[in-house]
Ligand binder design. Sequence first.
Ligand code: ME8
Length: 509
Amino acid sequence: MSRSFYVTTPIYYVNDVPHIGHAYTTLAGDVLARYRRIQGDNVFFLTGTDEHGQKVEKAANSAGETPLELADRVMKRFQALWEKLNVSHTDFIRTTQERHKQGVADIFSQLIKQDDIYLGEYEDWYCTPCETFWTETQLNEGKCPDCNRLVDKLKEESYFFRMSAYQERLLAHIDANPDFIQPKSKRNEIVAFVKEGLRDLSVSRTTFNWGIPVPGNEKHVIYVWFDALTNYITALGYPDRTGNFKTFWPVDVHLIGKDILRFHAVYWPTFLMAAGLPLPKKVFAHGWWTVEGQKMSKSLQNVVEPNMLIDRYGVDAVRYFLLREVPFGLDGDFSHSALVNRINSDLANDLGNLLNRSTAMICKYFDCQLPSCGPMSDLDTAYREKSVAMVQSVDSLMSELAFSKALQSIWEVISAGNKYIDETAPWTLAKDPAQKERLGTVMYCLAESQRLVYSLLAAFMPSTAEKGLCYLGTEFPPTADSLSWGKLTGGTKIIKAEALFPRIEEKGE
Ligand code: ME8
């Protein structure tokens, strides 16, 4: 039976349109999902939209729409972008869907029943953009410590979740599961935060209506983060515990940005503990993108719109750039010139040229029929070993979510391929009929190594990989079985490749 693998992205707020930050997390999820599928896993890849809460209600009011009209409109923009980015999600959940609302109400009722949620009164500072309560001491000169905006004083009757009761269990869990929160620096931040003491958490609001009503007390709506986090199980059919829930829970990895780590590494696990459900295996917080050195923001008008990037540079160049440029987990900077540099050097020069040169030679010297592999020289063996080692190293790097390093290790083999051509000098071999078999072996090694390269790239750049594999006479998508040396057979029809990535002759902006 195949292994099951469940990966999620955050569900994005519909008060903002998608930008490269959202695209980044979703692409990371897609690459992981595609990679696990190649490995033969039964994959569930979830994304969606977070449609409740005061923030969405306010945005709808100022746009002159109902919150649901706003959600319907913006949700479609997310879906359209995921399609354009070639994202292969299994499901797209909206928090306004019945399946979700019922699941949230169910878990909330359960926690009320067992007294993990109780009715009390709240007085504290509230940051609406962040949908977060702060105590007086947490404020930064009277402002929200996360976004530095003004906060409001709120006093309201509220349901509370007994988060304080789970503090020690959470610390013990983090301690016993070193991989639970990643990267490590973030794990340390969370441990320090929890050790300072967890307060009970306000999990309902009475000051606005746009949310899921508290079962049995409709004056209250459920706190948007309680509502949103629960999507990860309602999408699997919870409270029904058969079917997808049984197959996929606990989740293998929640991919998130570092801005929402506390919700995923403190609130969510304690909700799950209270509900008697297993905790996520891993929560991975990636870094933050700035743009040309500045924070991306509407007011600076520097928000990078992914549709524009895709139209200008192509979907696979964008996918490659975002995952290659910055080690997953660190902050990074987006600039057009860096993107153009990557396209010209990594994609056009290294990757594209190697395929062009190799397929052109196979067509020229062997009439587009792949020759068989004859006896191998030391050069050939070294090239083969490097290619085989790449498959192993990508596998272990992917399990660490080290996307950029995985791409680097693929590119080492691409560079080795270009060097191999220079060292074996096929054009010289071609002049001597006695070297025909030797020439054939070199061509075989080039094709076979690149078959492995494109098979691994299928996770990162699916359409490029499909083209590459087609030129090499191989089927797409690749399978785990195809990830070993020697699968191409002599006589395979090779197609002379077109340029996969034409050079971009523009100055970066
Ligand atoms: O927080 N760099 O939704 P959201 C990198 N609805 N990633 C970025 C980014 C940037 N500059 N900007 C945004 C929410 N992101 C909640 C989540 S989950 C149960 C509820 C990405 O629309 C990153 O993944 O504000 C971040 O965590 C997410 O978008 C926040 O999206």
